[in-house]
Design a protein around this ligand. Structure first.
Ligand SMILES: Cc1cc2nc3c(=O)[nH]c(=O)nc-3n(C[C@H](O)[C@H](O)[C@H](O)COP(=O)(O)OP(=O)(O)OC[C@H]3O[C@@H](n4cnc5c(N)ncnc54)[C@H](O)[C@@H]3O)c2cc1C
Length: 532
């Protein structure tokens, strides 16, 4: 007899969100996490004595509003810090662009660069806010099985179509055209300033094996707008780093009745008579359960944790073709002081550097950065998304010192020459050199450096081929196609085995969407008595 109704593999934020909803529904739930800490991609770790930062994700995606409310995050002391600056994009000549939370302020500053762009900017923001609102309900819905639509699914699609019709013809066409477009084209349709185009394009390629001229990269801009009502990525920080958020999620899940075990590496999902029966840990311990929900990467869950004979070959083959080409590395720097960026003064630096710092001044720069990855090379001039979280949260570094956390693209998982263990420091040097072009005194301030390669993302954090979203977020792996067409409803061909990670709809980012949606499907199956 199984002791648990549910086993959840992995205590990333989606696993924790699912655990809470399942435990709250009265199901006896056990979460098994391989690492000694919970959080997955949303963790705070000390990388040098006294210096801590959000090791991987730096900002929530944002989280679904429902999660903030249900988990009572504010009451639990989770503090979100939203700087006025969303992103500041410097150029080596001292010019820069700054996107603020406030649209009017941004437009006013843009007049210094281009009157036309300043005039278009408010319309750009409001258009994506409207389109985002129309698309937002998709985040909390289970994608339909488009090969076999049920009446309920037709109804949901109808409501979505209705919301899109409600946008009016102009926005409706914009939306339909936008999805398949290259983000470079989208940016050029709106703006004339090259550095502003590059800033818009950055959202389309973040985390992707794609450059701004790749088809379909505008879809990520739409998704960002659906997530947070803004086409630019948010700069919100969590006080104490992203680990403070997932610790609170874990506590809430435990209060609802879930058990969480860390240091519990699942090596096999057991199947009996075609139905999930529990898991085996690396220690050899077997834990039976009626249902298993994996917040691990779909590829690893299906291809490595299940015995091959348990699955119909076509599903396995399709999963083998589920694309995940990691392109991201992370470099964290412990600095003795704040670096001096070209074009900033002591009085402007603190504010301008408080949000994201975008390095990638031209569309061609971003495309060339991707070109290198296509051929298995580390980009010699990478696109960088930099944060200095200690500016807003002094708990992360000793007094006066700073932590710099750099998301670097492109660093391909598959290298043409050598391997990541021998080329780690080369990557670190490239990143430091690139930032130094904008902050010349950076090198003199470095106390310590941590370089996290795509191989580390796989080996330490469990991300297959180092893909930050558990699989490419391209149009062919989106919504009803995520992870596979016909299997986007969080279920798998094995009864009682579900997927709930970023590899399922609505995909990557600290949103909690996959965990919430998957829990709803599991609960509905339990209610129908199909599973027990
Ligand atoms: C470098 C980087 C930067 C990012 N930046 C951002 C950002 O700024 N904002 C944002 O919103 N998103 C960002 N992301 C994406 C975000 O981190 C992911 O989309 C998110 O973490 C996915 O959450 P998850 O719960 O689905 O999976 P994960 O966070 O990957 O959690 C899966 C969990 O399963 C555990 N696990 C794996 N194998 C086993 C096993 N065999 N047994 C038991 N447990 C196992 C893992 O240890 C992990 O804890 C970033 C990701 C990376 C890598």
């Amino acid at each position: 007899m199984a002791t648990y109704d549910i086993i959840i593999i992995g205590a990333g934020h989606n696993g924790l969100v699912a655990a809470y909803y399942l435990a709250r529904a009265g199901l006896k739930t056990l979460v098994l996490e391989r690492r000694e800490i919970v959080g997955g991609g949303s963790v705070t770790e000390e990388f040098h004595p006294g210096f801590r930062c959000s090791t991987l994700a730096g900002s929530p995606g944002p989280l679904l509003p429902r999660i903030i409310k249900d988990f009572q995050l504010e009451r639990r002391g989770v503090e979100f810090i939203t700087p006025d600056v969303r992103v500041w994009a410097p150029n080596t000549n001292g010019n820069s662009i700054c996107i603020y939370e406030n649209t009017k302020r941004t437009a006013a500053e843009l007049t210094n660069i281009s009157r036309a762009d300043a005039e278009r900017y408010p319309e750009f923001i409001s258009t994506f806010a409207r389109i985002g609102r129309a698309l937002a309900p998709t985040l909390t819905m289970t994608p339909p099985d488009i090969e076999d639509l049920s009446a309920g699914e037709l109804w949901q699609l109808g409501r979505l179509g209705w919301a899109i019709r409600g946008l009016g013809k102009k926005d409706e066409y914009r939306l339909l055209r936008c999805g398949p477009m290259a983000v470079a084209d989208l940016a050029a349709e709106w703006f004339e300033t090259e550095s502003l185009r590059a800033l818009v394009a950055a959202r389309g390629i973040s985390g992707a094996f794609a450059g701004p001229w790749s088809a379909g990269t505008s879809a990520a801009v739409l998704q960002q707008a659906a997530n947070g009502g803004n086409p630019f990525a948010p700069s919100t920080l969590v006080k104490g780093g992203m680990g403070a958020l997932t610790k609170a999620l874990a506590l809430t899940a435990m209060e609802a009745g879930a058990e969480i075990r860390t240091g519990a590496d699942v090596i096999n999902i057991q199947v009996k008579d075609g139905k999930a029966a529990g898991v085996v840990l690396e220690s050899g311990e077997e834990i039976p359960a009626w249902t298993t929900v994996s917040s691990h990467d779909p590829g690893i869950t299906v291809l490595e944790l299940l015995d091959p004979g348990e699955l119909e070959p076509s599903y396995r083959n399709h999963m083998q073709n589920y694309r995940a080409h990691g392109t991201v590395a992370k470099v964290q720097l412990a600095l003795s002081a704040l670096p001096e960026f070209i074009g900033l003064t002591a009085s402007t630096a603190k504010e301008k550097l408080s949000g994201r710092i975008h390095i990638g001044p031209e569309i061609d720069y971003l495309e060339r950065a991707f070109d290198a990855a296509k051929y298995g090379e580390i980009s010699p001039q990478p696109y960088l998304d930099i944060r200095i979280p200690s500016l807003s949260d002094s708990s992360l570094a000793p007094n006066g010192a700073q932590v710099v956390s750099i998301h670097a693209q492109f660093a391909p998982y598959h290298l043409k020459d050598g391997d990541w263990n021998s080329r780690r420091e080369e990557l670190g040097d490239i990143v430091v050199k690139t930032v130094s072009n904008y902050a010349p005194n950076l090198r003199d301030l470095i106390v310590a450096r941590q370089v996290i390669t795509p191989l580390d993302l796989e080996q330490t954090y469990g991300l297959r081929r180092g893909h930050i979203h558990h699989g490419e977020q391209s149009l062919d792996q989106f919504f009803a196609f995520r992870p596979l067409i016909g299997w986007a409803q969080y279920r798998t061909p094995i009864k009682g085995l579900y997927l709930c990670s970023a590899g399922t709809h609505p995909g990557g980012g600290i949103t909690g969407g996959p965990g919430t949606n998957a829990a709803r499907e599991v609960i509905s199956d339990f209610k129908r008595g199909n599973r027990k």
